[in-house]
Design a protein around this ligand. Structure first.
Ligand SMILES: CC(C)(COP(=O)(O)OP(=O)(O)OC[C@H]1O[C@@H](n2cnc3c(N)ncnc32)[C@H](O)[C@@H]1OP(=O)(O)O)[C@@H](O)C(=O)NCCC(=O)NCCS
Length: 385
């Protein structure tokens, strides 16, 4: 039976509501992001990453005992299996880009997690392993790429601190940990973005959480989704010193180029995540960091906003999350190649939470397509073609 088109064709599914969620809400007109009931600016600078994870998974903040239990569960799963490590070594020997290595290794994250759990909780150990091991995979791969041995996770420190420890081999200062927690919380979930949708589509077939998250990593890798923060900082570096921002940016706009880190498909006012990360950047750079670079970035932001208002009047092109992501992660000494993988280390919290929600909904996501191909063709034998 041929498919009946029951609804209008909506390219890119823009404006189509496919699922109900309690996890997060993006209001592009108000410039508001709510994560499990909290405005992002209330949650992100205060919560530890583990608290945000618990909140997304269980819809409530953990008490001290629940938090300790979650931290312990993550710590006990953080070490990589031998198979994952071998895979990462093979990938590093071929200089595979970090997001591809993460995608490959994420598929092995379930190894060694066959615990006895009630059927309704089957997905939790896998999800815990994914969240716990994402940071280990990214950090271990980064070191292998640089010709260094991976650093074993430290079970005594929290998720964000362990990630920095595994990257750099030193227990980070408090202000570094706070800045990274704020970043991971800020990007943990964001409505029905492409990677989250991908995860939900895969889970809706009653497939498993690991498969859903591997698919999500593939979606996040694309430059239209998570692959863009690096270039936002390049302009700041190219400008190099105070007073040069305006002419440099004006020239870019006159050449028809876009200013990276500005404008957004959904937010038509300032992206609330930019504010949260701007405050975190200010704290980080004023306590420990390249203050001159920070001040130059602020000058670049102001110059960009005033030129964009002049160049594209009425478009409301505001600072987006990428601009301050780049500044904050650079302040944490992360190379630009680590920006998107670090985004994944935070977003895996949202992906797994959406998997649980989709599991409970148990409804196959299966849209329709509008057929625009030929009809009534007749078979032509090979020798006559
Ligand atoms: C994010 C982005 C793709 C959103 O695109 P969008 O909602 O489709 O916006 P549009 O492309 O419709 O933009 C509207 C107008 O503003 C212009 N514009 C949008 N963002 C711009 C930017 N950063 N610099 C210069 N001009 C920009 C567009 O060229 C367009 O002009 P036109 O109508 O004269 O062609 C776009 O703003 C962009 O490319 N930003 C820079 C890249 C970036 O920071 N990406 C990370 C996003 S989180």
């Amino acid at each position: 039976m041929s498919e009946q088109i029951q609804t209008a064709f909506v390219p890119g599914l823009e404006g189509v509501v496919a699922v109900k969620t309690r996890l997060s809400n993006v209001d592009g007109k108000k410039g508001e992001l709510i994560v499990a009931g909290f405005p992002i600016e209330e949650l992100a600078p205060r919560a530890s990453f583990e608290e945000t994870l618990y909140l997304l998974w269980y819809d409530t903040l953990p008490n001290a005992e629940q938090l300790a239990e979650l931290r312990e569960s993550l710590a006990s799963r953080r070490s990589l299996s031998r198979a994952t490590l071998e895979l990462l070594r093979a990938a590093a020997s071929e200089k595979v880009p970090p997001m591809d290595a993460l995608r490959m290794a994420a598929g092995t994250a379930g190894l060694g997690t066959n615990e006895d759990v009630p059927a309704e909780d089957e997905a939790r150990p896998e999800a815990l392993s994914l969240v716990a091991r994402f940071s280990t995979i990214v950090a271990a791969y980064w070191r292998l790429l640089g010709g260094k041995e991976p650093v074993q996770p430290d079970p005594e420190v929290g998720h964000a601190a362990t990630y920095l420890y595994m990257l750099f081999g030193e227990i980070p200062g408090e202000e570094f940990v706070r800045a990274l927690e704020t970043y991971l919380n800020t990007v943990a979930d964001h409505g029905m973005n492409a990677s989250t949708f991908t995860a939900r589509v895969i889970l809706s077939t009653r497939s498993d959480v690991v498969s859903a998250v591997v698919g999500a990593v593939g979606a996040l890798k694309g430059p239209l989704h998570g692959g863009a923060p690096g270039p936002a900082l390049d302009a700041v570096f190219e400008i190099g010193e105070a007073g040069r921002a305006k002419p440099y940016l004006r020239e870019k706009l006159e050449r028809g180029e876009r200013l990276m880190g500005f404008g957004h498909r959904v937010y038509k006012v300032r992206d609330p995540r930019a504010d949260t990360l701007a405050a975190a950047s200010e704290r980080l750079y004023t306590t420990d960091g390249d203050k001159a670079l920070y001040e130059l970035a602020l000058e670049v932001e102001q110059a960009s906003l005033s030129l964009l208002a002049e160049h594209k009047p009425g478009r409301n092109l505001e600072t987006n999350v990428e601009f301050y992501t780049a500044l904050l992660l650079h302040g944490l000494r992360l190379s630009t190649d680590l920006f998107t993988p670090t985004f994944a280390v935070g977003r895996v919290a949202g992906w797994t939470a959406h998997c649980f929600e989709q599991h409970d909904l148990d409804r196959l996501i299966r849209p329709q397509s509008a057929y625009v191909g030929a009809r009534d063709r007749r078979w032509i034998p090979l020798e006559e073609r």
